[in-house]
Design a protein around this ligand. Structure first.
Ligand SMILES: *[C@@H]1O[C@H](CO)[C@@H](O)[C@H](O)[C@H]1NC(C)=O
Ligand SMILES: *[C@@H]1O[C@H](CO)[C@@H](O)[C@H](O)[C@H]1NC(C)=O
Ligand SMILES: *[C@@H]1O[C@H](CO)[C@@H](O)[C@H](O)[C@H]1NC(C)=O
Ligand SMILES: CC(=O)N[C@H]1CO[C@H](CO)[C@@H](O)[C@@H]1O
Length: 612
């Protein structure tokens, strides 16, 4: 699948969805499925199955009768459920917060299943879902229902204020966020989105939804097994997740989370340790920093280092592979920064092919570089070419890139066909503002201090990262989260007696996975989180980029992952795998990675500001 890039970062855009994934989903009308309390799959897309599962809006309030419908999607296993090698469901979350698991599975399900399966021995079905309030789940968190133009206008207005590193931009942008917050409150109360949701989107709710889904998957399987009258066959199997066997164990989750999905996995494990079957977290967020204090302070510790690797790598790759390199001059970085300084004094004026007027600032060039740092193998060459062109006076490639994410396509804002929006940034706010400490109503001085702290972590990108938390400035009023969890982010040791996991304990230790250098989820966070879970292993890919998937692929990495899901064994401490391909390798076939890469191409376009 070839997709155009159209992502807006709104938190940790890990591996969230892409543009023509939207036409993928528009090919299926979720309204044709009636939400049900018991899991009922229907054929959808091509070779997938979809369901809408009802769940309580507020698990914490039994007298609240309201429900939500979670959009679920499944890629069936390569073998039937009653095959001896069937190994249960593996759930995934692509990140965000705010990313759509449905879109993710459509793009990546097959590639992921290929990594996990051990032909003839273990075959998994892949499952994902749009978290409550997001994507095709209902109600939806949308402050600008039927008014995309309203949101785009606000985005443009904010963009026009420039970098938050400039003190004068902050008061205006904070006020803009407050106005958006008022609009969110009105939208949530009006019923235009199918009911209230924004106060019920915090990650504890989503973790509890996962328990619900795992139980319903097990219930469905038991029902189908009963129909097959095949209990003996079922008992023979030893799936660590899913099956409520006669061994009396509860259904357990097998899970892969990317980026924000590692937050969800960490919440799940810490809140429901007895429900952990296998848990792999790739591109790890520090959940303590995410959930407490000012928040989001630890993401960028390697970002500047990674940017330097771009410049050094460019020089070493040479002009043939990196347009910014010069045979006689290794000062790629110096020339780049000198040009940014020039842009600060004299931004570039341009007109897009569709006639939109565009001003290109140094901030745009920085944002585009960080975007490239998410996926070096896909992006470094093209980014270097686009910047070199712009330095030489042709900014058309930069303009094109800005329309992937930084500048909304107003042409699309009329919403003529009523197609669902691909990514709604306030959905991400609904999650991350509920999970973090309440920072609403802070004074300007607090925000200035926050900007300075982030800028001290990453001179390159810190001021921009402030945007992730900025929406929480206006997340007060009635959106007090219904359920908050502040840790500790830990689990009892994995334990079993005679092959059977002990109640209340994970069935296996957690597996953390990280690249050596990641622009938004640094290795230090993976180490810190792994240290809090007894027996956890850490797998490091010697690679650059956000999440190992699509960046650090190798037979070594994939074997560790497949073995973990098979046996539950993690590396003792840390293990390392060399990546098959580096960011500048022109022709390189990473094992099994090519298909996955192509499928996830474009995944980073759409998210206005986040981790993913
Ligand atoms: C989106 O639609 C176009 C044309 O209708 C098609 O060529 C393309 O393959 C579709 N993309 C996806 C991801 O389904
Ligand atoms: C629980 O739900 C009921 C019914 O919707 C509502 O009246 C009550 O205020 C809720 N309680 C809390 C603590 O939110
Ligand atoms: C500018 O660059 C684009 C590629 O991004 C190219 O197609 C176009 O021809 C260039 N324009 C000029 C005037 O060189
Ligand atoms: C690259 C690509 O396939 N783009 C398509 C995305 O979807 C729109 C609407 O269906 C098409 O017009 C584009 O051609």
């Amino acid at each position: 699948m070839k997709a155009t890039v159209e992502i807006a970062l709104s938190g940790l855009v890990g591996l969230a969805a892409a543009s023509n994934a939207s036409n993928a989903s528009s090919k299926f009308d979720w309204a044709t499925i009636t939400p049900s309390e018991h899991l009922e799959y229907h054929d959808c897309f091509d070779g997938f199955q979809c369901a809408r599962l009802t769940a309580p809006l507020d698990y914490r309030n039994e007298s609240d009768p309201r429900t939500i419908a979670i959009a679920m999607i499944k890629l069936p296993a390569a073998v039937p459920d009653d095959d001896a090698s069937f190994a249960g469901s593996v759930f995934t979350n692509p990140g965000g917060p705010g990313g759509s698991g449905v879109e993710f599975l459509l793009r990546n399900g097959r590639g992921l299943r290929d990594v996990l399966d051990k032909p003839g021995r273990r075959h998994y079905e892949m499952v994902s879902f749009d978290p409550r309030g997001i994507g095709s789940s209902t109600p939806i968190a949308n402050c600008f229902a039927n008014d995309r133009l309203g949101r785009d206008g606000a985005l443009l207005e904010q963009r026009g204020r420039g970098s938050l590193a400039k003190d004068e931009a902050l008061p205006y942008v904070l006020a803009l966020q407050r106005a958006i917050g008022q609009r969110c409150e009105a939208a949530d109360e009006s019923g235009v989105n199918g009911g209230q949701i924004m106060g019920f989107m915090g990650t504890p709710n989503v973790a509890r939804d996962l328990v619900q889904m795992v139980d319903k998957v097990a219930e469905l399987r038991a029902r189908e097994a009963g129909e097959r009258d095949d209990r003996l066959e079922l008992k023979r199997r030893s799936s660590p997740g899913g099956i409520d066997d006669d061994d009396g164990d509860v259904p357990r989750l097998q899970y892969i989370g990317y980026s924000y999905g590692t937050v969800l996995g960490n919440y799940f494990a810490s809140m429901f340790p007895g429900r952990v079957g296998r848990l792999m977290l790739d591109g790890v967020v520090n959940a303590d920093d995410y959930s407490g204090g000012p928040g989001w302070l630890t993401n960028l510790v390697d970002t500047d280092k990674l940017a330097d690797r771009f410049f050094i790598g460019c020089h070493l790759a040479g002009p043939k592979d990196c347009a910014l390199a010069r045979e006689d001059d290794g000062a790629v970085k110096e020339r780049f920064y000198a040009w940014l300084e020039k842009l600060d004094k004299e931004p570039i004026s341009a007109v897009s092919p569709s006639g939109a007027v565009v001003v290109i600032s140094s901030q745009d060039i920085r944002e585009l570089l960080v975007q490239a740092l998410y996926k070096p193998r896909d992006s470094f060459r093209g980014y270097a070419q686009a910047v070199d062109d712009a330095m030489r006076g042709n900014s058309s490639a930069i303009v094109e890139r800005l329309f992937f994410r930084q500048i909304p396509r107003l042409k699309d804002a009329c919403d003529v066909d009523g197609a669902p929006e691909d990514f709604i940034r306030e959905a991400g706010s609904g999650v991350l503002c509920a999970d973090g400490d309440d920072i609403s109503g802070h004074e300007l001085a607090w925000w200035k201090h926050y900007v300075r702290r982030l800028a001290a972590t990453s001179a390159f990108y810190g001021a921009y990262w402030v945007n992730v938390r900025l929406s929480c400035n206006a997340w007060d009023f009635h959106f007090k989260p219904n359920w908050v969890f502040k840790g500790p982010f830990t689990t009892p040791p994995a334990a079993s007696s005679s092959e059977k996991p002990l109640p209340g304990h994970p069935a296996a230790p957690l597996l953390f996975v990280s690249n050596r250098l990641d622009p938004v989820t640094p290795l230090a966070a993976a180490r810190a989180m792994a240290a809090q879970h007894p027996g956890a292993g850490l797998l490091i890919a010697e690679a650059l980029g956000h999440c190992t998937k699509g960046n650090g692929d190798s037979a070594c990495l994939h074997k560790h992952i497949a073995d973990y899901f098979d046996t539950g064994v993690v590396p003792d401490g840390e293990a390392r795998c060399e990546a098959d391909c580096g960011p500048w390798d022109a022709e390189c076939d990473a094992v099994g990675a090519q298909a996955m890469l192509q499928e996830s191409e474009g995944y980073y376009g759409k998210y206005p500001l986040g981790v993913f």
